[in-house]
Structures are given as structure tokens and as C-alpha cells.
Write a protein that binds this ligand. Structure first.
Ligand code: DPP
Ligand code: ZN
Length: 851
């Protein structure tokens, strides 16, 4: 269990030309025959070392001759074969136990179905193999299983044979014509309902689309199917990328560590990102289903056709594919609101990661457990880095770069440097300094100063970048930072794109008789923090005048943030009436409802924590509460008017209706804090004809610890007892209950018959929801919140280390909080570090946090 280092990369000494697999499926003893055609490709006389974990080796044959135990070496993680052969067939037979595979890596059972998850290094839990993404082979897969129980036997590529066997079994053989690394291998066997459709590609090829869901769920699959077709069309239109097999399959399963997996031709999805209908899914769920379907589809080119050389390059495919799915979502919905929501996630969670003990560059340099690096940094910041390239190059040159990237690297396993070089060569724009974004961790801060020379009519911005040294990187370099901005003056607005490359630079703008107002970092053109002390009146003006919606939204958020800071300093700080006036304007003037909803939403606790050092979380929560109440009281009748105007409409699923629902529910959120309006959430719950409204009503009751909550959540539970994805919401809502009694409630919920720690969605819905979204009690000075999380992380360490490792996040980010809390959180971490059987996943994080 030594860490791996990027700089140590060595190409494989062997290539696998073809891989023929045969699975004879059985719950606790699945037999896997793996016949590989292997060729030595370097002249080094190295032995062949295959990766393998938790496998029972049955036999090894070299060119059809069985090897005796003295002819290979076996240990916990590898099988070594000392051969001098240049070109040979190696057949490895192993036995595995899918039923007891609670880590959900490799082959496992999700309910009654068999399925796989091989990224990053799960294939080695299926058979001995060169489990690395730069070893690409042609796969043929024969799946054998009981025909009644498992009528559908699926794998990657095209079906080439099928038939019945003795003892009620049958088989199907699949062949994937494309070379692929084993992390893209997939197998599914089960009984499903299938939604079938087809798509004709731009060049006229017919692609069969098949969506496999649990029996009875067919009506909930329509939205995913529509989303898939939209994604296929978007990628043709935007990037000229066409699908390449005759069939595209998606299977929805209930037990899944991630959101979904882009296996070639056979995506496996967490059912959370497939199933949706009006009564059980919220508008956000609909949005996410579409986005994840798109994300996995887009991987077919950015990930599968061109893949990663090694796992340090993960952002090559993830950053790029997130950027692509964000652009897609922006095109399908409001680009501005999509952008704002992306920025919120980045500021709330990625900035925290970048400031915490697990900070890493988007291309990490050192990894103990790869699963720990499927992070907000690699994904979301990675997407921001691609977005900056898009900004620097412009749309057309970005496309030229992408075209060159595919021309150069189709069918290959490459690096982030290869990608950036292609973008630079394809566009003719130098990106050499820009590459530092790939190797440097941390969130840069921009310090902006303005000066105005009236005589010369010259406006000057002085911008400095601060890249704070960190424990992991004690020296940091200047980055190339694209900054979009708008200068607002009485008679004109001008947009500019400037690039900051030095530690400090001056940018001059001439021809101004009056100092312009700067709407800075339009579109959030770089993933940075900005320190630019603009006057309140200026921010107020940007809120209404800036052309860019992000700027308008952000100016409001900055104002709110200032007041929250003031309240943290001094609880008696008097909030200005101007704030009420500004909010009233947003609420009552015409405009996009979805954007208004964002503008009226306060910065989240997580976003705010990022801006303090060693904050007392309760003080911050009290400040937030104060400003929320101030606005609710100041605008009660306006909120109520809007709420009523937008209530009582029959459910519609179009953008306008979704935006109006969001706005209505923001109004309800404020009103729920006022005693005069307590009946509103109760009535909305009773009358709602869709899950968005139902959930909003219960959510605000939980956040305000409403007396009506327990009765209505009981009703909700009875109604949805048979629907696991909605029961996740039920657990989540209860985990948010903002009252001392939460700890008793949690104790009851842990014992709930439907609360199954082995199911990642369930674990996240209770434990994750409480520790992320109930900060007042998670950070309770009794330490009960921290203990609750630590207890479950310890249990999950044995069951599912990946899930344990994700859930521990709020504990390792202790440095943000006051010393009392830090000490309590550290105590829990120290206890966890003493677990016997501590997983690699947790060990890596605990070492980083405590080291
Ligand atoms: N399934 C994960 C994703 O699509 C990992 N590739 O991002
Ligand atoms: Zn991905």
C-alpha cells in the first residue's frame, strides 16, 4: 500500500491484444475464465505482473499448458509470471463472490441483478489483469447464467451469439470492436423492463437505444431516454461527434457508489440519475438526470475513444466531460442560471477541498487510493480549467483544438499535456504558462485596486494574484488567468477580456470622463476568489446594470456577504433598509423567474465558511438567520403576493414553469420563518401535485423545526414506503430537522427497516445529509454530531470504504472552525485512525488530515 507517484510512470512492458472472458454467474461462486493474447512490447526482460485483489485463483495456463504453483507467484495484490515468451496466450481462471461484495467494486449484486463497476481499479477484483488505462484490448465476453432469473445478459459492444444451455442456463456473447482499457468493461445480468427507442445519427446510421430498469419503472425512464437523444444530437451539432456502435444501453441499478459509469456501449447508472416522473422527482432531479445522461454519453468520445494514460490524468476526461455537460445543460436551459449553480458548487465545496488537507492539483501527483481522487477538484475545477481554455481561445478556435485532439489521439491513452498541446496547436494560441493550472493546487486570490485620472481620462485596474503556499506545495507560481469584465458608465457598457500572467499587472482603459464601475470576472471566467472592495452603491448598480447575469447575481451575493460578515462581528449591526429595497426590486420587476430565485437566495453556509478563518459555526448560522428574518419581515407581503401569484397552477415541466416554481418556493422559504405564515407549508404539502413543491414544503418545515413536520413526514413516508429513491428524500428531510431533538430522531432512523447502510444512496441520504446540511447540530458543542458521523464512517470502513471515505469530508475540513470544534473533530479522526482494518481510502485522508 505505497503511494503512487505521477513522475514514476512507466509504459507497460506488455500489451494485451485481445481479452476473451467467460463468466459463469453464481451468487457466491462466479467463475471467470480470462484468456488473454499478450505480447511483450519492450525489450526489457521483465516478468509479467498482473493485478488482482480478493480473487480465488483456480488455474493459470500459458499457451494452453497449465502452470504449476512454482511457475508463478501469488500475493494479495498480484500474480507474477516469470516468462520470457514474446507472444503468448495466458488463460487465468478465478472465482469470485459477488453476493458478499459490499464494496461495490468489480462484480457485485445490486438487488437481484449482477452488475460491475470497474473504474478506477475494480477490474482486478474480477480477474488478474494489467489493470491500467493505457493497456487497451479488444474484448469478447460470454456471459452464462440461469435463464429465468437472468433473462438479460449484457456486456459491451455488439451481441454476436446467444443460445440455451443445459440446466436452465443460457448464454450471450458480446464483442466490442473498439480497443478499450479494462476500466470500461461492464457486465449486467438480470430481469428488467426495457424502454426501447432508436436514434439516427447525422450520417444516417441507426442506433438502437435500450434503457433497462427494474420491473414496473418503465414510465419513469422516458425522461432519461429523451435526455439521451438530446445529448446525442447536441454532441453532433456542437463538436461534430457521432456515436460509433449500433447499440447504446443504459442500466439503472439501486446499489451504486457513483452517479453513473460510462462503460463502452453499456452505461451503468445509479437509478437516482435515471428514474424521474412528476410525482416522485423534483425539478432538480430532472435536471440532474439529463445532465448525468449527457455526461456519460459525452464520455464516449472524451474518455472512451480518447482515454487517460494513467489515473493521474483523470481530469483529461472528467474536467473536459463536465465542461461539456455544463455547456449542454446551459444550452438546454438558462445558461445564466446553470452557470450560477455551477459556481455555487465550486465556491461551497471545491474551494473547501482546495483549502483542506486533501488539496490536490487537478492532475494529482501522488495517490494512495485512486477512488479518493474522483473529487470536486478533478471534476469541477477541472471543468473550470477547460472553460478558461474556451475563454482564451474563443468558440471557433476551441473547436479547432478539439478537432485536432481527436485527430491526433483517437484510440489512444493520453495525458493532460497532450490535450493542452492539441488545443494550443489547433488554435495557434500559446498555452505553456496556462499549463500550471494542472500542477498547482489551491484557489488563487485576486486583489483588485482601481484608480482614476480624470485629467487623462484614464481608468486603471491593478490586479495582483496571490497563490498561497500550502503544506502540499510550498512554492507556487503565477498562473495565466483570463478575466472578463465590463465597464459601466452612464452612456455605455464595454466588455473586455484581459489576461493576468504576472503576480501584479496594470490594465488601462482610456476615454473615461467619469470613473466607470467594474463588473468584474464576468461569467466567473476563472476559478478564483476576488478581493475587490467596491462600494455598496456600486454593487447595487452592478446588480441591475451589468449585462452579464453572473455579475448581477454575484454583486447581490457580495452585498449579502458583507452584511453577514458585519453580523458575525457584531450581532447588533443594523441591516440597511436599502437591502430590502434592492430585494423588492428583484422580486417585483419583470425578469427571468429562475434567475430571480438565485438572486433572492442567500449565500449558503458552506460558501460563507470559505471566507472566514476559524469561525464559530453557530455565530455564522445566527448571522444567516438574522438576515433571513430581516428580509422575511421586511418583505413579507411582497413574498406572500408572489407566492400566491405563483401558487395553485397545474404542474408543467417547461423552463418557465420550473423557474416560477423555484421563485415561488424561495418566497415560501422566507415566509416559513414567520409565525403568521406557518400554514403555507402545511397547505402546500397537502395540495402539491408534484415532488418539487412537496419536498420544498417539508424541507422548510424541517429547517424551521415546525410542529407540523412529524405528522406530514409520516404521511409522506407512508405514501412512498415502496419507492427507495423517494425514501432517500424522506431520510434526508428528517436529517435536516433543526432542533435538539434531531439526535433522538437520528437514533430512531438508524433503526428504520429501510435504512440499509450497505446501500450508498441510503447512507448518503441520512448520514451525508445530516453532516453536510444540518450544520447547527452537526457542529453542536456536545460533539454528538461529530460522533454520529464518525460512528457510521467506522461501520462503513468495513462495508464500503469508498462511501466511508466520501462521507468523512466534513470532519477532515476541521481547520475552518474554532479551536474547540477543531479539537473535537480531531478526536474523532484520531479514533478512526486506530480502527483495525483501516481501509486505504480512509487511511489516505486521515494521514493527510492528522499529519
Ligand atoms: N462514472 C464516473 C463519471 O462518469 C467516473 N468516470 O464521472
Ligand atoms: Zn465522468
Amino acid at each position: 500500500t505505497n503511494a503512487r507517484i505521477l513522475a514514476d510512470y512507466q509504459p507497460s512492458d506488455f500489451a494485451i491484444l485481445s481479452t476473451e472472458l467467460e463468466f459463469d454467474l453464481a451468487d457466491q461462486a462466479t467463475r471467470v475464465v480470462n484468456k488473454m493474447h499478450i505480447e511483450r512490447i519492450t525489450d526489457k526482460a521483465q516478468p509479467l505482473i498482473l493485478d488482482g485483489e480478493q480473487l480465488k485463483l483456480i488455474s493459470v495456463q500459458l499457451n494452453n499448458i497449465e502452470l504449476s504453483e512454482s511457475q508463478y507467484q501469488l500475493n494479495e495484490t498480484s500474480l507474477t509470471i516469470d516468462t520470457e515468451a514474446q507472444d503468448f496466450i495466458l488463460t487465468v481462471i478465478t472465482e469470485i463472490d459477488p453476493l458478499n461484495n459490499t464494496a461495490l467494486e468489480g462484480l457485485f449484486k445490486s438487488g437481484d441483478a449482477f452488475c460491475t463497476q470497474c473504474e478506477a481499479e475494480g477490474f482486478r477484483r474480477i480477474t488478474y489483469y494489467l489493470d491500467r488505462p493505457d493497456v487497451m484490448a479488444k474484448f469478447t465476453t460470454k456471459v452464462i447464467a440461469d435463464k429465468k432469473q437472468y433473462p438479460y445478459l449484457l456486456s459491451n459492444g455488439n451481441k454476436i451469439a446467444a443460445g440455451d444451455l443445459a440446466n436452465g442456463k443460457h448464454f450471450v456473447t458480446w464483442q466490442d470492436p473498439f480497443l478499450k482499457p479494462c476500466y470500461l468493461f461492464a457486465l449486467v445480468a438480470g430481469d428488467f423492463d426495457v424502454l426501447r427507442s432508436s436514434y439516427t445519427t447525422v450520417s444516417g446510421r441507426e442506433v438502437a437505444l435500450e434503457l433497462f430498469v427494474d420491473r414496473g419503472n418503465l414510465p419513469k425512464a422516458e425522461h432519461a431516454m429523451t435526455s439521451l437523444k438530446k445529448s446525442m444530437q447536441w454532441d453532433e451539432q456542437t463538436f461534430g461527434l457521432e456515436y460509433d456502435l449500433d447499440i447504446y444501453m443504459i442500466v439503472a441499478v439501486d446499489f451504486f457508489n457513483m452517479g453513473a459509469m460510462e462503460n463502452k456501449g453499456l452505461n451503468v447508472f445509479n437509478s437516482k440519475f435515471v428514474l424521474a416522473d412528476q410525482s416522485s422527482a423534483t425539478d432538480t432531479d430532472y435536471f440532474n438526470v439529463e445532465a448525468v445522461i449527457a455526461h456519460e454519453y459525452f464520455h464516449n468520445w472524451t474518455g472512451n475513444r480518447v482515454t487517460c494514460r494513467d489515473w493521474f490524468q483523470l481530469s483529461l476526461k472528467e474536467g473536459l466531460t463536465v465542461f461539456r455537460d455544463q455547456q449542454f445543460s446551459g444550452d438546454m436551459h438558462s445558461a445564466a442560471v446553470t452557470r450560477i449553480q455551477n459556481v455555487r458548487v465550486l465556491r461551497a465545496q471545491q474551494f473547501a477541498e482546495d483549502a483542506g488537507p486533501m488539496a490536490h492539483p487537478i492532475r494529482p501527483e501522488k495517490v494512495l487510493e485512486m477512488n479518493n481522487f474522483y473529487t470536486l477538484t478533478v471534476y469541477e475545477k477541472g471543468a473550470e480549467v477547460i472553460r478558461m481554455i474556451h475563454t482564451l481561445l474563443g468558440q471557433d478556435k476551441f473547436r479547432q483544438g478539439m478537432d485536432l485532439y481527436f485527430q491526433r489521439f483517437d484510440g489512444m491513452a493520453v495525458t493532460c499535456d497532450d490535450f493542452v498541446d492539441a488545443m494550443a496547436d489547433g488554435s495557434g494560441i500559446d498555452l505553456s504558462q496556462f499549463k500550471r493550472w494542472y500542477s498547482q493546487s489551491g484557489t488563487p486570490e485576486l486583489i483588485v485596486k482601481e484608480s482614476f485620472d480624470k485629467q487623462q481620462q484614464l481608468f486603471t485596474l491593478t490586479i495582483a494574484q496571490v497563490n498561497k503556499p500550502s503544506k502540499q506545495q510550498t512554492e507556487k507560481q503565477d498562473l495565466l488567468i483570463p478575466i472578463k469584465l465590463e465597464l459601466l458608465s452612464d452612456n455605455e457598457k464595454t466588455q473586455h477580456l484581459i489576461t493576468l500572467s504576472d503576480s501584479q499587472q496594470k490594465f488601462e482603459f482610456s476615454g473615461y470622463s467619469v470613473k466607470p464601475i467594474v463588473a468584474f470576472l464576468s461569467g466567473f471566467s476563472a476559478p478564483v476568489k476576488v478581493n475587490f472592495p467596491q462600494r455598496e452603491q456600486e454593487l447595487a448598480l452592478i446588480m441591475v446594470k451589468a449585462s452579464d447575469a453572473f455579475n448581477r447575481w454575484d454583486a447581490g451575493q457580495q452585498l449579502l456577504t458583507r452584511y453577514i460578515h458585519a453580523l458575525v462581528q457584531d450581532a447588533d449591526f443594523t441591516l440597511p433598509q436599502d437591502l430590502v429595497v434592492a430585494f423588492k426590486q428583484i422580486l417585483t420587476l419583470p425578469g427571468d423567474a429562475a434567475l430571480k430565485a438565485e438572486q433572492l437566495t442567500l449565500p449558503s453556509f458552506d460558501e460563507l465558511v470559505e471566507q472566514f478563518e476559524q469561525i464559530d459555526p453557530i455565530k455564522l448560522l445566527d448571522a444567516l438567520k438574522q438576515i433571513r428574518l430581516f428580509l422575511a419581515q421586511g418583505l413579507a407581503s411582497e413574498f406572500h403576493q408572489q407566492f400566491q401569484r405563483l401558487s395553485g397552477r397545474a404542474y408543467q415541466n417547461d423552463g418557465q414553469s420550473i423557474g416560477e416554481r423555484a421563485l415561488k418556493n424561495v418566497c415560501l422559504a422566507y415566509l416559513s420563518h414567520l409565525s403568521d405564515y406557518q400554514s403555507l407549508t402545511v397547505n402546500q404539502y397537502q395540495n402539491a401535485d408534484n415532488m418539487t413543491d412537496t419536498l420544498a414544503a417539508l424541507h422548510y418545515q424541517a429547517l424551521t423545526a415546525s410542529a407540523r413536520f412529524s405528522e406530514q413526514i409520516k404521511d409522506f413516508e407512508q405514501k412512498w414506503y415502496q419507492t427507495p429513491l423517494v425514501m432517500d428524500k424522506c431520510f434526508m428531510l428528517q436529517a435536516l430537522f433543526a432542533d435538539e431533538s434531531i439526535f433522538n430522531k437520528l437514533a430512531v432512523l438508524e433503526q428504520h427497516p429501510l435504512f440499509i447502510l450497505k446501500n450508498p444512496n441510503r447512507a448518503r441520504s441520512l448520514i451525508g445529509a445530516f453532516s453536510h446540511n444540518n450544520p447547527r447540530y452537526f457542529h453542536c458543542l456536545s460533539g454528538r454530531g461529530y460522533r454520529f458521523l464518525a460512528k457510521h464512517v467506522a461501520a462503513l470502513n468495513d462495508i464500503n470504504p469508498q462511501v466511508a471515505s466520501r462521507l468523512i469530508t466534513p470532519l477532515i475540513q476541521f481547520k475552518k472552525f474554532d479551536s474547540k470544534r477543531q479539537a473535537m473533530m480531531k478526536t474523532e479522526l484520531v479514533n478512526l485512525s486506530q480502527l483495525s482494518n483501516l481501509s486505504r481510502d480512509l487511511k489516505e485522508k486521515l494521514d493527510a488530515a492528522l499529519g
